[in-house]
Design a protein around this ligand. Structure first.
Ligand code: HEC
Length: 276
């Protein structure tokens, strides 16, 4: 057994927490196991709080900020955008099952016909364009960000429910996984260097959050006011390691989001939260 493991490491086939030939569900369970073994005192459902789960003081600060979030007015503006009919009289709610309630946890999904991953933001833009409106710039805080800061709250409490069915979907998932585990930038870090192997440790003054739960609570308001979408955060982390970021909405980031979100499957969503 030991020999096989060494051989796998030697050929680069073994990633920490996940294996190259594992199914998505095995990846998820392996990562769950990795973290519950390492941090037996922290229940997995606490991982939706990211780094806060590792620090009681920050968690208490979070709770008091979330009682009266300073960004409440932004979410209200997002609600107004969501409720305002398009010029043709249709609404966003008409584009989604259940009026858009409890749907965000099904995104991203793999669209077999289009042969690509579709994010919730993509679906919102399709809703706009099929109703004669211009698409928003993905990741723009003032438009798509603000709108989703409300639209995603309609799925608060929904359990993340990403599906990977069929060879093409699996290929996209695998590309996202390879993206997460491959080293980038002048500093030679992978996402996993920080959010798997060093999750729960400090990087300078920052506690590092684990991959599990990271996809459940977007957008965030950093410092209470700076709206950051999930893929904007990917850009930020790539810049931190001095790697050239991909574009928000690129195939690279959509595949990454697909893998990344799958790993949060089963955890409850809660949109628009405070982060440091
Ligand atoms: C050098 C370490 C480092 C690397 C590499 C890195 N990040 Fe981060 N990341 C951070 C720090 C620091 C934070 C802020 C503290 C935290 O929440 O983990 C952060 C935050 C995040 C968050 C927000 C978590 C939350 O709950 O608000 C996500 C999502 C994320 N990173 C994803 C990624 C992805 C995907 C990659 C690879 C493209 C990546 N990171 C690479 C250091 C890193």
């Amino acid at each position: 057994m030991k020999k096989t493991l060494l051989a796998l490491v030697g050929t680069g086939l073994l990633f920490g927490g996940v294996a190259a030939n594992a199914t998505p569900e095995q990846d998820r369970l392996n990562l769950d196991k990795y973290f519950t073994n390492k941090y037996p005192d922290i229940k997995l459902d606490k991982y939706v709080y990211g780094a806060l789960a590792f620090d009681a003081d920050s968690m208490a600060q979070y709770d008091s900020i979330m009682d009266f979030p300073p960004f409440g007015t932004v979410i209200d503006q997002g609600q107004k955008m969501w409720d305002t009919p398009f010029k043709n009289g249709k609404t966003y709610a008409s584009c989604f099952p259940n009026g858009g309630k409890n749907v965000a946890g099904n995104y991203p999904y793999f669209d077999d016909k289009a042969g690509k991953v579709v994010t919730f933001e993509d679906a919102i833009n399709t809703c706009r364009t099929t109703n004669g409106e211009a698409a928003y710039k993905l990741g723009d805080p003032a438009t798509m960000g603000k709108l989703t800061s409300y639209a995603r709250t309609l799925s608060d409490g929904m359990l993340m429910n990403i599906k990977v069915n069929g060879a093409a979907a699996e290929a996209a998932y695998e590309k996202g996984k390879a993206q997460f585990y491959s080293r980038h930038g002048q500093l030679g870090f992978s996402c996993a260097s920080c959010h798997v192997y060093n999750a729960g440790n400090h990087l300078r003054s920052e506690l590092l959050s684990p991959i599990i739960g990271q996809a459940t609570h977007w957008p965030v308001f950093r410092g209470g006011e700076n709206l950051v979408t999930l893929q904007n955060r990917y850009v930020g982390c790539h810049k931190m390691i001095r790697a050239v970021p991909f574009a928000v909405g690129s195939e690279e980031y959509n595949d990454l989001e697909y893998f990344h979100s799958y790993i949060s499957n089963g955890l409850p969503m809660k949109a628009s939260v405070f982060r440091k």
